[in-house]
Design a binder for this molecule. Structure first.
Ligand code: SF4
Length: 966
């Protein structure tokens, strides 16, 4: 008999309460000891909202008190399998946080002055609905913007905006992950990797995935599974992370040199014929590359590649042998010696790493998300070079390899699908960045200041740009200017630096107080998680009617689903604008959709197998999801690109010179068909359906070629010819671009126990981590005459900050690092008292200063633990001193900073910050000048390639660039 928990966790039985007993789970009361007092709990699942992983949580609701006693892992969640990081259980602190916002607030006095009055939700909704309706009716839809930090859901709010006809979705992605996304999208048409670490032979990681990676806990446990199964771990990280300490090979390259190492590894595989030739022959778009090269060379009257045969349609010779020769020539310059010179890592070690990669076969898993791809200019090329190793080894969508993320996700069809907005959001998608992976969110203050638009109604939602983004003082300037932003509504569970500059502060639920669904690429499978208000689910399970989540949440804390549906309803009460229909009940037309109907419809109609599985337990699909919190759709997805296209999808098909097959048959409705947007179709209106590989029509990849794109015609077409194939690009902090007294600041590393703005209200986490000293190598510190604890001044292009030094051997000599999780501040009494220092802001014109007036300390509250706060220091807000650095291709903010570090002046105080926002605007303009705008470079008169991913795609006709007369 198995001793394993039967659910997805497969953890030993004793680790979790079996789901059959979740209605009445008994534990002894630890506080009653030595008395053996039983406590009875109802266990209700939800998901954690403290990072993007959305791990399963189980709320232990005390049957006697009706209160949540604790949160533990949900063994039924296939992604997290019952495990959490420290931030999961700390959700309890956030629920009971004595400083949390409980009621809707409206500003009194000037914006930013810090005075608030309590208002009703009705007042808020009527005001916002009237503003938005007016803007829609007056055709000012471009003045409505929703700006999201952590989405935590799959598309709900995008559909709300689409229902309004507004292309106003803005995100945090360009300060987070656009760099990596660009690199992956160029190869495979999808923008994220889904590594199968658990089954890998070799795991290659750039940065700290064990303690702070993307899909942190779900991936970390699978990296350890892989290691337990014998996988070798290679880690590149300039800073000695916890992940690095688990590595078989750990190297600390010069920041930005990673692509040189990866290409040296690729070169080793290529020159020694250690790559998977059959996979490359079948699945790379090498024919396109050779054709183009042949054309270029004949124009230059050079010899074309060696001729073996003439291809179809009079194409130049296209044999794989030719390509193999080309490949060998193309990458020959990337020797280990070259990589050693760029990275500072010795050539012998790099060669050993390459030899290890060569042993992986198709079981090479790799991952890079933020780190260098978000730090260095052209950081996207690092992800491109990393995935090239997978593409060389054939380790794509294999057991132990890397999958395209969309194949390991499941996005169910919703009850209503509004059409694509009929407009283009100019201010989110400026023409200078036609290839950006997401909205140019962090440039918003500069774009507004330049007069490129203004906002009537601006929502920030779980987003704190004043603190999280670079150049926060420019954000304060824009947010304070009512002629630029008419009304700012901050939807947030906690106080933030940005909320101080809002007109409305609207309290939103935490993970156990709101509904969302999500599906993430944690491993090779497909699953759906359900976040829910646990008190609502518990009461409904006990037979009570709950119609509105505010009935069960603390104070008047709401949830966004109900908020957006109600706001949408009020924008178009009579339905005359055609908006109301998208939040209308199907069961009771003329009334607003409820969350029960919304999710009930999805679970009944869009999740294959769920209705049957639920019925087997006598439950409706919604009851099943409320009971268990997740559903596994597929255990494995496999190599979807290699599937044959069904005969029913082939009608009057046509094949082009590169084997792309076009059909007149309509797209099947099946949600599991690989998306293949590719080009628009052929001239006769057929759509691309697959790719002919050795006589069989395969699904292929969702790229324009249908194959893995070693060669990017898209980059060539949009003016970036020099980057047509994976290439090493020296970035903005390469030594050749630094002055003699400059060094590099790595400002992006995460701490495993904090999460941006949201964890400042978690006392357990705050006690563990509450400051962010500057990591400085021993040799570097000796040169500066600095010891641990000394104050140092870090000067950026636009100002400086003063922080304490931490002298360590755990960083590459000459490089400094400071975690971005700290340095929270408040300018008024209102705020998170455990983790926000009280500061004074000063400014004269463009010159801004921030001075710390007091750190934190014990205080009286409803939680007696706040009297036990022993720490005073909460770190320094370094991001304020960073100008914007938009990468000209991906649009990613390039976080690495060229800085000067020196001992602080005698007059400097800890936490001092000075910035000149006029200088920051100059830096913005300097980076903008590096772009290749669509207006000049677009090959087809459109704003961006239609095949590329874009949240909330507008209708196709609005991709057209404006002409002078329009
Ligand atoms: S990794 Fe930690 S913070 Fe992220 S969802 Fe899981 S438990 Fe929550």
């Amino acid at each position: 008999m198995s001793t394993r928990y039967p659910g997805p966790s497969r953890i030993h039985l004793s680790a979790f309460p079996p789901k059959e007993r979740w209605n009445d789970w008994t534990e002894l009361d630890s506080q009653a000891w030595p008395q053996r007092k039983e406590r009875h709990y109802q266990l209700v699942p939800t998901t954690c909202f403290n990072c993007e992983s959305a791990c399963g949580l189980l709320a232990y609701i005390d049957k006697e008190t009706g209160k949540i006693q604790k949160f533990e892992g949900n063994p039924e969640n296939p992604g997290s399998r019952g495990r959490n990081c420290a931030k999961g259980p700390a959700t309890l602190n956030q629920v009971t946080d004595p400083d949390r916002i409980l009621y809707p607030l409206k500003r009194v006095g000037r914006r930013g002055e810090g005075n608030w009055e309590r208002v009703t939700w009705d007042q808020v909704l009527d005001d916002l609905a009237a503003r938005i309706r007016k803007a829609i009716v007056e055709d000012r839809k471009g003045e409505i913007m929703y700006h999201v930090g952590r989405p935590g859901e799959d598309g709900f709010t995008e559909r709300i905006l689409a229902a309004w006809g507004v292309d106003g979705h803005n995100s945090h992605t360009n300060i987070c992950s656009s760099g990596a996304r660009e690199g992956y999208q160029l190869w495979m048409g999808l923008d994220r990797p889904s590594p199968d670490h658990a089954n890998a032979k070799v795991i290659l990681l750039i940065s700290a995935h064990l303690e702070s990676g993307h899909y942190f806990n779900p991936h970390a446990q699978r990296i350890i599974d892989g290691k337990t199964n014998g996988a070798k771990l290679i880690v590149m990280d300039t800073r000695l992370s916890n992940t690095a300490t688990h590595a078989d090979y750990y190297i600390a390259p010069y920041p930005g040199s990673e692509a040189a190492i990866l290409l040296a590894t690729a070169n080793y595989l290529i020159q020694n014929n250690l790559y998977n030739r059959e996979f490359v022959r079948k699945w790379w778009n090498w024919q396109e590359y050779l054709k183009r090269e042949s054309g270029v060379r004949s124009q230059k009257s050079e010899e074309p590649p060696a001729t073996s045969q003439v291809g179809k349609g009079g194409l130049p010779p296209l044999t794989f042998e030719d390509f193999d020769q080309e490949l060998k020539a193309l990458y020959a310059e990337y020797t280990f010696e070259f990589a050693a010179q760029e990275s500072g890592v010795d050539a012998k070690t790099l060669e050993e790493i390459a030899q290890l990669v060569a042993t992986a076969g198709t079981q090479l898993s790799s991952h890079n998300w933020r780190s260098v791809t978000s730090g260095n200019s052209h950081g996207w090329s690092v992800a491109r070079c990393l995935f090239m190793l997978n593409c060389l080894m054939g380790a794509v969508a294999t057991e132990g390899g890397v999958f395209p993320n969309a194949w390991n996700k499941f996005v169910p069809k919703p009850i209503h699908t509004p059409p694509h907005p009929k407009m283009w959001g100019e201010i989110n998608w400026p023409q200078e960045f036609p290839l950006s992976m997401h909205e140019m969110s962090f440039l918003l203050p500069h774009l507004l200041k330049e007069g490129r638009g203004k906002l009537d109604t601006y929502f920030t939602r779980v987003y704190n740009p004043v603190w999280t983004n670079p150049d926060g003082f420019s954000w304060i300037e824009a947010l304070s200017d009512e002629s630029l932003i008419g009304c700012h509504a901050a939807l947030t569970p906690v106080w933030s630096e940005t909320a101080y500059f809002a007109d409305y502060v609207l309290p939103m639920g935490l993970g156990p107080e709101r509904h969302d669904i999500h599906s993430y690429e944690t491993h090779d499978s497909q699953w759906l998680g359900f976040r829910q208000p646990v008190m609502r689910a518990a009461r409904q399970r006990n037979g009570e009617d709950v119609h509105d989540t505010r009935e069960v949440n603390p104070g008047e804390v709401w949830e966004e689903n109900e908020f957006w549906m109600e706001l949408t309803w009020r924008i178009d009460r009579d339905g005359s604008l055609g908006i109301r229909q998208f939040v209308e009940s199907k069961k009771k037309p003329g009334t607003r959709l409820s969350v029960d109907e919304y999710y009930g419809w999805i679970f009944e109609n869009s999740l294959p197998g769920l209705p049957e599985k639920a019925a087997a337990e006598g439950l409706t699909p919604l009851e099943f999801m409320r009971r268990y919190g997740s559903y596994e759709i597929k255990k494995k997805t496999g190599a979807l690109y290699d599937e044959n296209v069904a005969a029913a999808e082939l009608d009057d098909q046509r094949e082009d010179d590169f084997g792309r097959v076009f059909t007149r048959a309509a797209k099947p409705a099946s949600p599991n068909v690989v998306p293949l947007p590719g080009p628009d179709g052929d001239a006769d209106g057929r759509r691309l359906v697959g790719i002919n590989v050795d006589g069989e029509i395969k699904r292929g990849f969702p790229t324009p070629s249908g194959k893995l794109e070693f060669f990017s015609q898209t980059l060539v077409d949009w003016g970036w010819d020099e980057y047509a194939i994976p290439t090493y690009i020296r970035g903005h902090i390469h030594p050749q671009n630094l002055e003699a007294d400059q060094t590099i600041l790595i400002s992006t590393f995460r701490l495993p126990i904090q999460i941006h703005t949201r964890s400042a209200n978690a006392k357990w986490l705050n006690e563990i981590a509450h400051t962010n000293p500057l990591w400085l190598h021993t040799s570097h510190a000796a040169k500066l005459g600095v010891r641990t604890g000394d104050l140092v001044r870090v000067e950026t292009e636009i100002g400086y900050f003063v922080v304490r030094a931490w002298v360590t051997e755990g960083i590459k000599p000459g490089i400094v690092a400071c975690s971005h999780h700290m340095g929270r501040w408040k300018i008024h009494e209102t705020g998170q008292k455990q983790m926000m220092a009280t500061v004074k802001l000063d400014h004269t014109g463009d010159r801004w200063g921030l001075k710390r007036e007091a750190g934190v300390g014990p205080y009286e509250s409803s939680d007696k633990d706040t009297l036990r706060i022993w720490w005073n220091d909460v770190g320094v807000h370094q991001n304020l001193t960073f100008p914007v650095h938009p990468d000209p291709i991906s649009g990613m903010h390039c976080w690495h900073q060229a800085v000067r570090v020196r001992k602080a002046d005698p007059t400097d105080n800890y936490g001092d910050i000075h910035v000149d926002t006029a200088k920051s605007h100059e830096v913005y303009k300097k980076w903008l000048a590096q772009t290749r705008p669509a207006q000049k470079y677009s090959p087809n008169g459109e704003r961006r390639p239609y095949w590329m991913l874009r949240p909330l795609k507008p209708a196709r006709e609005f991709y057209k660039l404006p002409t002078e007369t329009t």
